[in-house]
Design a protein around this ligand. Structure first.
Ligand code: ADP
Ligand code: MG
Length: 334
């Protein structure tokens, strides 16, 4: 919290307003317009979600923000793994092999299927057995035993899923779904849509450093993964969303070793070749998923993935603190 206040103190001397969040901070450029803005925060999807709207019609802004939060809550209730009544948990707990889902779940699964293929299996939303074993989402994470890891690996992996037309899919080897690496991004996309449908032209949504905006000209600061008070890159978002996966926000340490919550689907172990990955893409869901994929693939293959993906850019800090950029990243630098 001190960092937030100190930063504000420094920045107060400039005609900008800054806020520091989980992974990044962002600055609103137009102080005048900021005065018309409304900012609301709600805890959803495991993050403090902040929505800012600038519109002269305050009551429209308030109701649009409320609607957007409700939409994110609806998505959380549909997909969350920590909620036993969610559709996804019901699927995970059933023994069925042929499963029917609604349009929305099927559409997100189809997107995840493409992302799995594009990333050569690095992004995989069927790792729930492995995720539970490591317990990185629990209060007592631990390094699993080899035998346990083997079993969980066998019961994980998108090659055990095949999508069938008509909102159905086949599921083998008891694999379980976990959309944690794309859900916040997906929720942000939906939230922005809901607010724009109300005719609002200036909005931004920030979910712990995953940010998408419309109309508002945001400059995003990316933190140094080993010194959260230092900003190492600034990005002017434009039509892009940004998603950052870092090894410093969500990890546990054992015997001096850092274990991250992003897993390599092939080894079952936490990915450890980069410290931080920030991806730019017009879709927040895709940016979120690609950041996770690059985190797993590491700097060389990760850069390759982004160079081969249209409309996406990446900034990587590898494990040796080397900074790598995709070719077009420079256009967004500020
Ligand atoms: P964050 O939530 O910090 O932004 P991510 O978007 O990378 O991080 O999502 C990490 C979450 O995704 C993990 O907590 C886990 O639930 C799940 N996950 C872990 N490894 C993978 C992977 N290789 N592919 C897809 N999802 C993963
Ligand atoms: Mg992600």
């Amino acid at each position: 919290m001190h960092a937030i206040r100190d930063l504000k103190k420094i920045l107060i001397y400039f005609p900008i307003i800054a806020v520091l969040f989980g992974i990044g901070y962002y600055m609103a450029r137009l102080e005048q317009e900021e005065k018309l803005g409304i900012k609301r925060t709600r805890d959803l999807m495991g993050s403090a979600i902040e929505i800012q709207v600038r519109d002269k019609d305050k009551s429209l802004a308030e109701s649009a923000i409320e609607e957007a939060f409700n939409e994110m809550e609806r998505i959380e209730n549909l997909f969350a793994n920590y909620n036993d009544s969610s559709m996804i948990q019901k699927i995970n707990q059933s023994k069925d092999t042929l499963i029917s889902v609604n349009n929305e779940i099927y559409a997100l699964m189809a997107l995840c299927d493409s992302l799995w293929q594009m990333s050569d299996g690095a992004f995989d939303v069927s790792l729930n057995k492995l995720i539970k074993l490591w317990g990185s989402e629990s209060d007592s994470p631990a390094v699993p035993k080899n035998e346990e890891l083997e079993v969980a690996l066998r019961k994980s992996g998108w090659d055990n899923i095949s999508l069938i037309n008509g909102n159905k899919f086949l599921r083998y080897s008891e694999v379980e779904l976990n959309f944690g690496a794309i859900l916040k991004g997906y929720g942000i996309d939906r939230a922005i849509d809901v607010i724009r449908k109300q005719g609002i032209k200036n909005v931004s949504v920030n979910a712990g450093g995953e940010i998408k905006s419309f109309g508002i000209d945001w400059v995003i600061g990316i933190k140094d993964p080993r010194d959260s008070e230092q900003v190492i890159e600034k990005v002017l978002l434009g039509k892009m969303s940004i998603a950052t996966s870092g090894d410093y926000e969500n990890y546990f340490e054992l015997d001096g070793k850092r274990y991250n919550h992003i897993l390599n689907p092939f080894t079952g172990f936490p990915a450890d070749s980069v410290m931080s990955v920030s991806v730019l893409h017009p879709s927040s869901a895709i940016a979120d998923a690609l950041a996770t994929a690059v985190f797993v693939l590491g700097p060389t293959k990760g850069l390759e993935l982004i160079e081969n993906t249209t409309e996406s850019e990446v900034f990587i800090v590898d494990i040796n603190n080397r900074k790598l950029f995709s070719k077009g990243f420079v256009e967004y630098r500020n």
